[in-house]
Design a binder for this molecule. Structure first.
Ligand SMILES: Cc1cc2nc3c(=O)[nH]c(=O)nc-3n(C[C@H](O)[C@H](O)[C@H](O)COP(=O)(O)OP(=O)(O)OC[C@H]3O[C@@H](n4cnc5c(N)ncnc54)[C@H](O)[C@@H]3O)c2cc1C
Ligand code: FES
Ligand code: FES
Length: 1246
């Protein structure tokens, strides 16, 4: 592939030729492309290909994945790879052939099997992650690599999904494994029958020889776009040319060498260089050469290729250690990042940022890598990988690395990477060891012990290396001495954004001990041996069990979601996907940089001078009331009028013609502050500030009652970021007649409507709203959209132009709060023989954040704290405090999760105190047939349903036998432990919401359109509504279409939340359809076909539109669930794995079982994230939230899910209230290890 001519880059997108060249746009306006424009922005903004999504813009979420065919300049071969279009600069795509989700299949051409299988097997909920998932799978299929269950899971390691819990996605894609069993083949056949796959959709048909140059109908003309940054890019085609470019660069100008540009995913604030040099066309940098004594890798060789080379060579003598290195590299970043990112780019990140816990650096350094470096005169020198850290790399380029062979008979090579989640996470601590050993395990020369994640300077554990030399590892004294030396020299730098220094030091020692156990193998007692093994994550699988009653179909039938196919093909449009109006502006927030104080002044002069900036709006521009709360007495300002309540609070909004201009300008707004106070960031600090007691009474057993034991304790459940793949998004478009079209991604249209009205003074009826779908909600789109929509509305009305406001992930995470953190304090007494609780006081204190809008969250905790227990005499209390953090809000199962966790913690604590089996203690406290719950009542069947669930679980999940096995396993293993936890849940649901619904029949063809008060956000509301509508009207499901929620139909409806959206919308639909049935009854009685019935009815004056306003049903009822979770933990590191999970839910007569199963799985995994991984960290000095991106906030990945995940909807439970008898429904790695209170003295070998 030749370099581009002059200053032009060309590539194909979906078969069409694109050229981006230097200059202004054809109309003379600012060029649409800049030097740093990403491929994602190019696709979405310049090509209108909005099937490709963006979220994190950092290579972590995978929403933006596309397939790229790239020719290797050294071999001339074309590789097919998944890449993150958010990280790839469009100017670095020279010669690429790019395919997007919209080109591989669509409704006209037919869907690609990856699209149809994902859709038909319920692999989508909100669907925002789906295009990226499809493209990762498509890339694997096109790459020619063998498709195995392992490769499918591996290739999806860069795609996050917050809704589904991954199991259905993995299942759908594993159907591509050629050796599919009979059942899978039948599934594939069924899917093909429903959705036959077609030819590629948007691809050029190549009917002429123009290669996209135009000339035939099927061959689109070359798209030409101007770039005001093209001249900044260079494309050398040889090393000599590259060095010449470096030499010619003026000393005062910065030049960035670019391979994958993935480094910007880690260090996003690195600033804009003056020039860029693409390394992709330099053959010398892409070469891989092997001799019998070494492997040499060019600097632009991607990490994926490095892994492949290592795997190929690992069975060759001298290269055996490459096997371990390849396995380690598979844990670096994720597939799309490794496809684009180079090892040399990684080393340079380490070179520039000493504290970067680079895995690549550790591995290459431990393997004795030698770097070839060229200077601007093309003179090369060789240095060790370690020397790079102190090398002045200005005006130099890494050319290659040479890795020598290692004598496997003498050296043991082993590396570790301990992370907060299974994949796609940077290390807490990583290590690489090379131990030269003789047959008696004596360390015959100085070993290599390298560590990352400790401090910017610490690499070698030099003292420990020296200590070990000449000593035998079989000697207890050696191990203890080495651990003592290591403990003394490892001094981790405190970093509030990272794990605690004590943990990192403990981990470093544990890793050294681990490698010793591994090396010694059978030499150590059997119980210690598993301590030397890695905790791996095998391929996962799952089963789903539910009953279906065919007489009720299409209700109760497992159908795919209505919009699934549109989601997986990228055809489904979300709020931010709508094209811009010609004069549309983009807005970016200006946020505070203190957490507690006052704004003294805001200087916007520099910001307003940025070309393209249209204005700045702030509190002064609010015509109405500066309050985003729509009810109660709580006031939260849209833009601060002076008081600063948290770091990241909104001060104003910059509006500009491009995001780039708005972002630049927002960064130039100068804010000064007065009266700056230390921030209050935790519940305990807030309680102290209020003068209250933040401590629980000491854990002494003060009871004097005979035969009664007491426990006193407390525990915290932290906050949780909702992590919707679609961030907060709104477009505000002023219209004639003082109207405003508002496209808000909201779960609560009425709230947005009301708040925008109170802030702008526009009457509510002048605000036109409609919500098609959300890319995830989980509660984050209940209150927060009102804030974002009002800001956009104020801006749009001020500048009198359409304004688009799409929050980037950092603004989303810092401007807005998440789940309320809780402190739960309790004191309980129980009979020491029976375990029956005789008294309990439990107090829930929630952190509402800056204002108390969601402070009533604790009332839900109080509703659920009694869970499945007889709670006579229990004293419960709920309260909330304010802190200098963003206002928190409801998040999936708000309050409930803390209520249930609170009491279950008490149960476990009591069981431990009494030495009882935890389940036996629970059983002793179960509710009975006559128990009356505070909320949820207790219907006659409740007890039976719950007991049926328990009995089935014990028998089907083999609980008793597995408990015995686990006890034995724990006895046999000192450093690996298993546990089986059984947790019951009762959730009292109240169908509180009011939803209006309209059902219209088209008389000409008998099709039916429905619009409900509920919002579709992935929970399958539209599908359930359609099923109910079809059932009640007695028509095929295909005749029903569900339309967006609109405020003309639904001006006063409630929010979609509290798990009642689907039920209440279905109930309203049912009532509207029943009314319609009454009108149509005479015509149906004539025995006519449906189409004739409606035609005749219309002709005789029947109104074919029915409207039903569904009132709340204020009798709560109980839903039960039971989970048995088996977890295995590596005590030395804190890593864990869920070996098996059995999850039963009583869904009554499920309206749509496949959808309900999906909800159970997704909710379980989100709960797992809350309890086992997700954590907010703040800078205690400034109050800044440090976990503000996907780089440092970890939601579960597809490798964290249970290895064996069994979900069952309990059958045959009737429920007279629900519709058709339906019912809707962190201990981190660091903390787990810390809780084990390890100390090196425990690390024995005998
Ligand atoms: C989401 C994500 C997760 C990650 N997780 C991990 C992880 O777990 N462990 C880990 O070790 N790394 C991790 N990384 C880092 C990743 O490995 C690097 O981003 C990647 O290897 C950089 O390669 P690149 O080709 O994209 O470099 P670029 O981004 O193109 O360049 C990075 C820097 O290196 C310079 N450079 C590039 N090539 C040369 C050269 N030949 N000579 C001199 N300078 C050069 C560039 O000018 C630039 O300053 C992660 C990255 C991301 C985005
Ligand atoms: S948007 Fe590209 S990986 Fe998240
Ligand atoms: S379906 Fe995956 S994020 Fe919603």
């Amino acid at each position: 592939m030749s370099a581009p001519k002059g200053k032009m880059v060309s590539f194909t997108i979906d078969g069409q030729q694109h050229q981006v060249s230097v200059g202004a746009a054809s109309d003379g306006s600012t060029a649409p492309v800049t030097a740093s424009t990403s491929l994602a922005d190019y696709l979405r903004d310049q090509c209108g290909l909005r099937g490709t999504k963006v979220m994190c813009r950092g290579g972590m979420c995978g929403a933006c994945v596309v397939t790229a065919r790239v020719t290797d300049p050294a071999t001339g071969q074309t590789e097919v790879r998944a890449v993150n279009s958010c990280l790839a600069p469009v100017h670095n795509c020279q010669g690429w052939q790019i395919e997007t989700v919209q080109a591989i299949g669509d409704r006209k051409a037919g869907y690609h099997p990856a699209q149809s299988r994902l859709a038909q097997m319920n692999g989508t909920q909100c669907g925002y992650c789906s295009p990226g998932m499809v493209m990762s799978m498509y890339s694997l299929l096109e790459s020619g690599e063998a498709v195995t269950p392992q490769s499918v899971e591996q290739h999806l390691d860069g795609n996050l999904c917050r809704c589904t819990g991954y199991r259905p996605i993995l299942d759908a894609f594993k159907t591509f494994v050629p050796e599919a069993d009979e059942k899978t083949q039948q599934i594939i056949k069924d899917i093909e029958d429903v959705a036959p796959s077609g030819s590629k959709a948007g691809l050029c048909a190549k009917k002429c020889s123009g290669g996209g140059g135009g000339g035939c109908v099927g061959c689109p003309r070359t798209a030409r776009l101007a770039s005001d940054g093209a001249e900044k890019w260079s494309y050398p085609t040889s090393l000599a040319e590259l060095c010449a470019i470096i030499k010619a660069n003026p000393a005062d100008k910065t030049l960035k060498l670019v391979r994958g540009n993935t480094g910007t995913g880690v260090y996003h604030d690195a600033g804009q260089p003056d020039g860029y040099v693409s390394l992709l066309k330099v053959p010398e940098l892409s070469q891989v050469t092997q001799t019998s004594s070494a492997l040499t890798l060019g600097a632009a060789v991607s990490l994926s290729r490095v892994i492949e080379e290592f795997q190929k060579l690992s069975s060759t003598a001298g290269f055996g250690h490459f096997s371990d290195m390849a396995s380690h590299l598979l844990l670096v970043a994720n597939t799309p990042v490794r496809n684009a990112g180079s090892w040399a780019g990684n080393l340079m990140l380490k070179q520039t940022h000493g504290d970067f816990p680079s895995d690549v650096f550790l591995l290459l350094a431990a393997a004795g890598g030698r770097l070839q470096i060229a200077d601007e005169d093309a003179a090369t020198t060789e240095i060790s990988v370690e020397q790079l850290l102190s090398e002045d790399m200005a005006r130099k380029v890494i050319v290659s690395v040479t890795l020598p062979t290692l004598d496997e008979t003498k050296y043991v090579f082993k590396s570790y990477k301990i992370t907060p989640r299974a994949i796609s996470a940077h290390a807490y601590v990583n290590a690489a060891f090379v131990l030269p050993l003789d047959a008696s395990f004596t360390v015959v020369e100085k070993p290599t012990l390298l560590f990352g994640g400790i401090s910017a300077d610490f690499v070698h554990a030099a003292n420990t290396e020296a200590f070990l030399e000449g000593r035998s590892l079989t000697d207890e004294q050696t191990v203890q001495g080495a651990l003592a030396a290591l403990q003394a020299e490892v001094v981790p730098t405190p970093d509030p954004a990272e794990a605690d220094p004590a943990y990192r030091r403990s981990l470093a020692c544990a890793l050294l001990y681990k490698v010793v156990l591994r090396v010694l193998g059978d030499q150590v007692p059997a119980p210690l041996r598993s301590g030397g093994e890695d905790l791996t994550h095998p391929v996962s699988s799952g089963t789903q069990q539910f009953d279906t009653d065919q007489t009720l179909w299409p209700v109760n039938k497992a159908v795919p979601k209505l919009e699934a196919q549109a989601q997986t093909s990228g055809e489904a449009k979300y709020t931010g996907d709508e094209p811009a109006e010609p004069d549309e502006l983009v807005a970016v927030y200006v946020q505070t940089t203190i957490a507690n104080g006052k704004v003294a002044s805001v200087d916007t002069s520099a910001a307003l001078a940025v070309p393209g900036v249209a204005g700045y709006v702030s509190a002064a521009d609010i015509a109405g009331v500066n309050n985003i709360c729509s009810y109660g007495d709580t006031v939260e300002e849209l833009f601060t009028s002076g008081q600063v309540l948290y770091y990241g609070q909104a001060v104003g909004l910059i509006v500009a013609d491009t995001y780039r201009a708005a972002r630049t300008a927002a960064g130039l707004v100068k804010i000064t502050y007065t009266d700056v106070q230390p921030p209050v960031l935790t519940i305990k600090d807030a309680l102290k500030k209020q003068g209250g007691s933040a401590t629980t009474t000491p854990a002494a057993k003060t009871t004097s009652k005979q035969g009664v034991r007491q426990v006193i304790g407390e525990f915290s459940i932290g906050g949780q970021y909702h992590f919707t793949m679609e961030t907060q998004t709104v477009r505000a478009v002023p219209r004639d007649d003082d109207q405003l079209d508002l496209f808000s991604a909201t779960q609560d249209m009425r709230d947005v409507n009301k708040v925008v009205s109170q802030i702008t003074t526009l009457p509510m009826h002048k605000i036109n709203m409609s919500v098609r779908r959300l890319g995830g909600g989980y509660g984050s789109k209940l209150q927060h959209p009102s804030r974002v929509a009002s800001a956009a509305a104020v801006a749009a009305l001020t500048v009198n132009k359409p304004v688009r406001l799409v929050l980037d992930i950092r603004t989303n995470m810092t401007l807005l709060g998440g789940r309320l953190p809780y402190l739960i304090q309790y004191q309980a007494e129980a009979d020491e023989t029976t375990g029956k609780i005789s008294s309990l006081q439990i107090k829930f204190t929630a952190d509402a954040g800056a204002v108390g809008y969601a402070a009533d969250d604790t009332s839900l905790a109080l509703d659920t704290v009694t869970n499945v227990y007889e709670a006579e005499g229990w004293q419960t209390e709920g309260t909330a405090v304010l802190t200098n953090t963003a206002s928190n809000t409801w998040c999936r199962a708000p309050g409930t999760v803390q209520g249930v966790s609170g009491i279950e913690c008490v149960m476990d604590h009591l069981a431990h105190e009494l030495g009882m089996d935890p389940w036996a203690l629970r059983q002793a406290n179960f509710f009975g047939p006559d128990t009356k719950f505070r909320k949820g009542g207790n219907r006659a069947t409740d007890y039976d349903v719950f007991m049926q669930m328990v009995t089935e679980m014990f028998s089907e999940a083999d609980i008793d036998a597995r408990k015995a096995d686990i006890a034995q396993f724990n006895q046999d293993n000192r450093w690996r432990k298993r546990a089986l936890s059984l947790v019951p849940v009762r959730w009292p649901i109240l169908l509180f919401a009011r939803y209006p619904t309209i059902v219209s029949i088209f008389k000409d063809d008998g099709t039916v359109a429905v619009s409900t008060g509920g919002v579709e956000m992935g929970q399958g509301l539209n599908t359930k509504v359609a099923q109910v509508c079809a059932k009640v009207l007695g028509i095929p499901l295909e005749l029903v279409s569900v339309k967006p929620n609109m405020n003309i139909i639904n001006p006063n409806g409630d929010a979609t939340g509290g798990s009642v959206g689907s039920d209440m919308s279905s109930l309203a639909t049912k009532a509207a359809c029943e009314e319609m049935n009454e009108r149509l009854a005479p015509f149906k009685a004539e025995g006519r076909a449906w189409a004739d019935v409606v035609k005749r009815a219309f002709n005789l004056g029947v109104n074919l539109t029915a409207y039903h306003y569904q009132k709340p049903i204020l009798t709560p009822y109980n839903i039960f669930a039971l989970a048995a979770v088996e977890l295995e933990m590596d005590v030395l590191t804190g890593q864990y794995r869920l070996n098996r999970t059995d999850l039963y839910e009583d869904a009554g007569q499920s309206l749509s079982p496949a959808i309900d199963i999906g909800q159970c799985e997704g909710a379980f995994i989100m709960g797992m994230g809350l309890h086992l991984g997700e954590e907010n960290r703040y800078d205690t000095e400034t109050g800044r939230k440090l976990t503000d991106s996907s780089w440092n906030y970890y939601v579960p990945s597809s490798k964290d899910i249970p290895t064996d995940f069994r979900v069952k909807l309990i059958k045959n439970n009737d429920n007279p209230i629900g519709i058709f008898n339906s019912k809707d429904a962190p201990g981190t790695v660091e903390k787990a290890q810390t809780a084990c209170q390890l100390s090196p003295e425990m690390f024995v070998i005998s």
